[in-house]
Design a protein around this ligand. Structure first.
Ligand SMILES: *[C@@H]1O[C@H](CO)[C@@H](O)[C@H](O)[C@H]1NC(C)=O
Ligand SMILES: *[C@@H]1O[C@H](CO)[C@@H](O)[C@H](O)[C@H]1NC(C)=O
Ligand SMILES: *[C@@H]1O[C@H](CO)[C@@H](O)[C@H](O)[C@H]1NC(C)=O
Ligand SMILES: *[C@@H]1O[C@H](CO)[C@@H](O)[C@H](O)[C@H]1NC(C)=O
Ligand SMILES: *[C@@H]1O[C@H](CO)[C@@H](O)[C@H](O)[C@H]1NC(C)=O
Ligand SMILES: *[C@@H]1O[C@H](CO)[C@@H](O)[C@H](O)[C@H]1NC(C)=O
Ligand SMILES: *[C@@H]1O[C@H](CO)[C@@H](O)[C@H](O)[C@H]1NC(C)=O
Ligand SMILES: *[C@@H]1O[C@H](CO)[C@@H](O)[C@H](O)[C@H]1NC(C)=O
Ligand SMILES: *[C@@H]1O[C@H](CO)[C@@H](O)[C@H](O)[C@H]1NC(C)=O
Ligand SMILES: *[C@@H]1O[C@H](CO)[C@@H](O)[C@H](O)[C@H]1NC(C)=O
Ligand SMILES: [Cu+2]
Length: 629
């Protein structure tokens, strides 16, 4: 399957994607050297049977592939992706990390920016990819379908690979770490909506392959193989597409040099272990400078130690395999019969390596590097926690895992939910009622508080269930929660992790903007001493920020892209359980800072032919909230 990825010195594109991609060049006036292209792809979403983990499973994929096609563009190009939904499910595609300047309509979040694409419907996502270079990705943003509907989105510099701010690699390879679920993904979502997150994936994958541990009827399954030639440099474009898991990646006998993350260049950082959380991307150089042979690569799933609940140990493996060149052929059969070199396995409970790894990323001085806001206009201190709500709308109930209550996840003690009667996407409702600042098309926006309503010892390990302290604090509520920002507002957010119920990290993802990661630490954030730790010189620029276990992270961004942007934990189950909010950014003062009207062919939530009738679904004079609590 990965045959095309083995070709040398050639940009790597899976064959189907290459065939489907149509590139139209448009010569831009005044810039004779630069050309902007419209890159077109057709994504057919359909179900196929795939055999993994010793049995056949029906999976929903794009163009019959897992991972789906890689999209390659040059910075400044326009993308036009025709999505044809031949699956029985409602689908949207999100272009993860793409800034979508003035194109919020193409952001692909169901009921937030668009009605989902119903079965047997199609929709063309059109947007520009400007002002960013490196690796991003695309994925379904519906339920748990991201597990199988995903692929790389590679943005090359306008002036070609010779303008990379690092040694030019000989070969570039997208490498997606993910999960394989034998379980039906719709059932998985249903369980999570119901507060039941006990389901586990079957296996972990690299580029859709399970790797060694699977042995069906005595046949050891092949994993991902990276054929290398001694002395050459490889650019691995790493993406974590998993629903649940942060990973450590190692290759025996080799080091990595991280050169970019989330399509922003970083100062080269050399390490033998990559840490990558769901939603993140890492561009890393690997030089084939080891003695020719075979070297295992391993991806180990992290989990927090006890007292958190323990999951099974998960890992997957692939292989780096040197081509036996003539210079190494001394008349023996080469290295093919030599046992592969195995790396020292990362410890699944090691939570400090990922903390240091992320702490070591700094942004590279580069013409494209954005300016860090020197101070913020608005400050948020946001606690991340699990919580519970009473079932059946009751006011009081038994908690601590009783079936009278349901597990949810929250920011500042509010758990996100869409309005119960939502009939048009929030963005559309907002767009036609932009003058009403307190509601979205008549539905009240619950203001995300600037700080948690109650202060407690956020990192107290005795909050991990089940004890009396946790039972007292876990109650929370569901609301359509968010905040609205004046165009150009510099926003500072400190995400404070809590030990309420579990102590894991949270990869927090903001749509439509990159953020500057100013500082992180363990323990409880204290502005009196922690502001001094802020890196205002070369903070990494990210779209997904890992909030460390039992710690906090401080970030800033400028809310300058008009629209309605989802902000959420990139662990799918936390997102589904409500660790989300919407950030609404007002139009700016100039024509070039006003969100254009929705595209004519935006899907409709009903059975009409276009979005126009959605306008009628929200009353102009909204009365109160239609939310359940
Ligand atoms: C998948 O396999 C099942 C059982 O073999 C078969 O009934 C079904 O038609 C197949 N579906 C597709 C889409 O190939
Ligand atoms: C998308 O749908 C329209 C209208 O139903 C149709 O004309 C068009 O051919 C479809 N495009 C694709 C790629 O199927
Ligand atoms: C695979 O399974 C066969 C038969 O069940 C067993 O003999 C063999 O040792 C297994 N191989 C590995 C690598 O686990
Ligand atoms: C050939 O190369 C292999 C691996 O480098 C080495 O172990 C072996 O001794 C060499 N044989 C000869 C005849 O040089
Ligand atoms: C960078 O990593 C090293 C260990 O690998 C660690 O000692 C150091 O504290 C890290 N730096 C930051 C700022 O996290
Ligand atoms: C809740 O759990 C109890 C004990 O396990 C069980 O008897 C009861 O039927 C459950 N109630 C609901 C509504 O599921
Ligand atoms: C919104 O308010 C502005 C200024 O008050 C006004 O010019 C504009 O017409 C209003 N728009 C709508 C849709 O009511
Ligand atoms: C908070 O909890 C931690 C861990 O149990 C403990 O070490 C710390 O002293 C507590 N802090 C306060 C202020 O009680
Ligand atoms: C969270 O909100 C719920 C419901 O409004 C409230 O009962 C609870 O005391 C709050 N807990 C904390 C820790 O703020
Ligand atoms: C798909 O979306 C439509 C609205 O666009 C909705 O009516 C329908 O219930 C959804 N179907 C599923 C299976 O969620
Ligand atoms: Cu989370």
């Amino acid at each position: 399957m990965l045959g095309t990825m083995k070709s040398r010195g050639v940009p790597v594109v899976p064959a189907v994607a290459a065939a489907a991609a149509i590139i139209l060049f448009v010569f831009t006036a005044g810039q004779p050297a630069a050309t902007a292209a419209i890159v077109e792809h057709t994504f057919i979403v359909s179900q196929v049977n795939m055999t993994r983990s010793c049995k056949e499973t029906l999976v929903t994929v794009v163009n019959g592939q897992l991972p789906g096609p890689a999209i390659e563009v040059t910075e400044g190009d326009s993308l036009s992706v025709h999505v044809v939904n031949k699956s029985p499910y409602n689908i949207t595609i999100h272009w993860h990390g793409v800034k979508q300047r003035l194109s919020c309509w193409a952001d692909g979040v169901p009921m937030i920016t668009q009605c989902p694409l119903r079965p047997n419907h199609n929709f063309t996502y059109r947007f520009d990819v400007a002002g960013q270079e490196g690796t991003l990705w695309w994925h379904a943003h519906v339920g748990c379908f991201r597990a199988t509907l995903h692929g790389a989105l590679i943005i090359r510099p306008r002036h070609g690979a010779s303008s990379y701010p690092f040694p030019k690699p000989h070969v570039e390879i997208p490498m997606i770490i993910g999960e394989w679920w034998d379980m039906d993904l719709v059932q998985l979502e249903r369980n999570m909506v119901d507060g039941d997150f006990r389901d586990n994936p079957t296996a972990m994958t690299i580029n859709g392959q399970l790797g060694d541990p699977f042995n069906c009827s005595g046949i050891v399954k092949d994993g991902f193989v990276l054929d290398v030639e001694a002395g050459m440099t490889y650019l691995l474009r790493l993406i974590n597409a998993a629903l649940f898991t942060e990973f450590y990646l190692k290759i025996a006998g080799h080091k990595f040099t991280v050169v970019a993350s989330d399509a922003n260049y970083v100062n080269p950082y050399t390490t033998d272990t990559i840490a990558i959380a769901p939603g993140e991307t890492m561009d890393v150089l690997v030089v084939a400078n080891a003695p020719p042979g075979k070297y295992y690569m391993v991806a180990v799933a992290l989990q927090t130690p006890k007292p958190d609940q323990q999951l099974p140990f998960f890992m997957t493996s692939g292989m780096v395999q040197y081509r036996s060149g003539h210079s190494h052929n001394n008349g023996t059969t080469g290295h093919h019969n030599v046992a592969p070199v195995v790396p020292e396995l990362p410890d699944q409970h090691d939570t400090i390596t990922t903390y240091y790894f992320h702490g070591n990323l700094t942004s590279l001085r580069h013409p494209r590097r954005p300016q860090v806001p020197v101070h913020a206009d608005e400050y948020f201190f946001i606690t991340l926690s699990d919580g519970s709500i009473c079932r059946h709308g009751r006011q009081s109930c038994k908690r601590s895992g009783s079936n009278e209550s349901m597990l949810v996840a929250a920011m500042n003690n509010v758990s996100f939910q869409l309005p119960a009667t939502v009939a048009a996407p929030l963005l559309e409702a907002h767009y036609y009622h932009r003058n009403n600042t307190a509601s979205i098309g008549g539905v009240d926006l619950y203001m995300l508080p600037n700080s948690p309503p109650r202060v407690f010892n956020f990192t107290d390990l005795s909050l991990v269930p089940s004890g009396p302290k946790e039972a007292q604090l876990e109650a929370t509520k569901k609301r359509m929660v968010g905040r609205r920002f004046r165009h150009g507002t510099a926003v500072e957010v400190v995400f404070q992790n809590t030990a309420l119920m579990q102590t894991g990290s949270h990869p927090m993802h903001l749509h439509g903007h990159d953020v500057f990661v100013l500082a992180q630490d363990h323990g409880i954030y204290d502005p009196a001493k922690d502001v001094a730790k802020y890196n205002l010189v070369d903070p990494p620029v990210k779209n997904t920020v890992v909030v460390p276990r039992l710690g906090w992270v401080a970030l800033r961004f400028v809310a300058d892209n008009p629209g309605l942007w989802y902000v959420h934990c990139h662990f799918d189950f936390h997102m589904i359980m409500g660790m989300d909010a919407v950030f609404i950014v007002d139009d700016g003062p100039t024509v070039a800072s006003i969100l254009p009207p929705p595209p004519d062919d935006l899907p409709n939530c009903n059975h009409g032919d276009n979005h126009a009738s959605n306008e009628l679904l929200y009353p102009h004079e909204g009365k109160g909230s239609v939310l359940q609590s």
